[in-house]
Design a protein around this ligand. Structure first.
Ligand code: NAP
Length: 457
């Protein structure tokens, strides 16, 4: 193919990637963003395949079939609530691909200077991201223990391993002909990936996955320099910077310091609030709850992880419609880390066609909470737990929350008194103005819809 044509395709593809990131930053345009990213990737692949450098299309076809045979079932079988581990496993594959290309280029060319420097960076980041992502997958999938494993002098030991790998990489830049050094360098990078993840608890894993995404992007960016492929440089840099920014946003939203996440020993998942005495709570039936909702002037629905588990978003949309019909002002309060991945609630509510202008970010809704008649919490727990504000010793101390406790009446749909992700009790449930609505979120909301649709119309 003509040099100018594929360069032009690469430029259009890079434009699609940039627009994809821009559009994906708002629920209203996110679908367009995904399409733009897909189009960009298709153009990139077509342009690359049409370059004269492709030597064997049979191998590429075999790779395509094998990749699709793994990727398609992975995407279809893993539920939305497992997106962090799905991301971890796919980025392990991407990082390995980048690292293997770097390895092949090294043994093919054994280049000196700048290109060798790029190959060293590509393979170092690629191999360490590969094992680190596999470890993150294991912890999120609970194949491995999610507890942090720590030992004395761990950070120094880990940094020492990385330091030796960097020194060996540097020596390869000067003497690429020392091929025996390369496998040792690769072994240390793989080992560092494992060591980097073991001190980090399961609770911090989604943040780590975002950070590893950034490393995989930087590896691809270095590969772009090694192969003189400008599209890889652009796409890798976009991936590297957006993954890094996302991990910082997640740290802030959970009030976790970036260094704590990275150097671990924190974020230990607590699985039960066992050993505590059962305290009395007030509960209500769907009939009683529907009557209160129907009489309210303003209702703020606060969705959380339980809405995703129950797949209650469509029923919630019906509830929203019925309440709006009765003249109730209904809004959705969106916490940045509700659920198990950034944007989790936005995606589910968009799927159920909840109008975007009804979704209000935490910072904006909190000023309205004291004037709100009813907070309807659907499968959310940590993101409304006042302990984050009141208890300095709480594992979620300092995490910003949605101020449901300020509203006039609080209703909480959940199946029992189990804690949420942080494994801690929630004082909100014991407040005088709180009503617990026990049941699966989808079933309970269906009950509310039935009541409001018939008796109170
Ligand atoms: P949460 O604290 O995990 O609480 C979810 C609640 O949903 C549980 O208390 C559970 O209680 C209930 N539930 C589960 N299945 C249900 C069902 N079928 N029907 C009704 N209720 C159900 O969730 P969250 O308030 O959304 O908070 C998210 C947590 O995840 C935060 O701690 C956040 O830091 C963490 N996190 C989020 C991200 C992210 O990117 N979004 C990443 C990493 C960590 P029952 O079992 O009693 O029903």
């Amino acid at each position: 193919m003509n040099f100018g044509v594929y360069q032009a395709l690469y430029i259009v593809s890079a434009g699609c990637f940039i627009l994809a990131l821009k559009w994906m930053s708002s629920p209203a345009t996110s679908r367009r963003g995904v399409l733009s990213g897909e189009l960009g990737m298709l153009l990139a692949i077509v342009a690359t395949l049409l370059r004269h450098e492709v030597v064997n299309f049979e191998w590429i076809a075999a790779g395509l079939i094998l990749g699709s045979a793994i990727g398609v079932p992975l995407a279809m079988l893993m539920p939305m609530t497992h997106v962090p581990q799905r991301t971890a496993i796919s980025q392990a594959c991407g990082a390995l691909a980048s690292a293997l290309i770097g390895t092949a280029e090294y043994f093919r060319l054994k280049p000196h200077g700048f290109i060798m420097g790029a190959l060293v960076l590509e393979t170092l980041l690629g191999f360490l991201t590969f094992t680190a992502s596999l470890m993150a997958f294991g912890k999120l999938q609970e194949v491995l223990s999610s507890r942090p494993i720590t030992f004395k002098g761990q950070n120094i030991f880990n940094l020492g391993i990385l330091g030796v790998a960097v020194v060996l990489g540097g020596s390869l830049v000067v003497h690429p002909e020392n091929t025996l050094v390369f496998p040792v360098f690769v072994g240390l990078a793989l080992l560092f990936g494992v060591l980097m993840i073991i001190p980090i608890g399961g609770a911090d894993m989604p943040t780590v996955v975002a950070l590893l995404n950034s490393y995989a992007g930087l590896s691809a960016c270095a590969m772009g320099f090694a192969l003189d492929n400008k599209l890889l440089i652009i796409a890798g840099a976009l991936d590297g910077s957006s993954g890094f920014i996302l991990s910082i946003i997640m740290c802030r939203a959970m009030n976790r310091s970036f260094t704590n996440v990275l150097f671990g020993g924190f974020g230990q998942l607590q699985t039960s609030a066992a050993g505590q005495e059962a305290r009395p709570v007030r509960s209500a039936s769907p009939e009683e709850a529907a009557a209160i909702l129907g009489d309210a002037r303003s209702v703020v629905i606060i969705p959380g992880y339980g809405m995703a588990v129950a797949q209650a978003q469509h029923k919630i949309r019906e509830l929203h419609d019925l309440l709006v019909k009765r003249g109730v002002d209904v809004k959705f309060a969106i916490h940045p880390v509700a659920g198990r991945m950034p944007g989790h609630m936005n995606v589910l509510l968009a799927e159920a066609d909840v109008p975007y202008d009804k979704l209000v970010e935490m910072e904006d809704i909190n000023s309205e909470m004291a004037m709100t008649d009813v907070s309807l919490i659907v499968g959310a727990n940590d993101i409304v737990n006042p302990a984050a504000l009141n208890d300095k010793n709480s594992p979620i101390a300092g995490m910003p929350i949605i101020d449901a406790f300020k509203s006039r009446t609080i209703m909480v749909i959940k199946r029992g008194m189990s804690p949420g992700f942080a494994g801690i009790d929630n004082e909100l449930y014991y407040m005088d103005k709180t009503l617990m609505l026990f049941g699966d979120a989808k079933t309970f909301v269906a009950g509310l819809v039935k009541e409001l649709g018939s008796n109170h119309a």
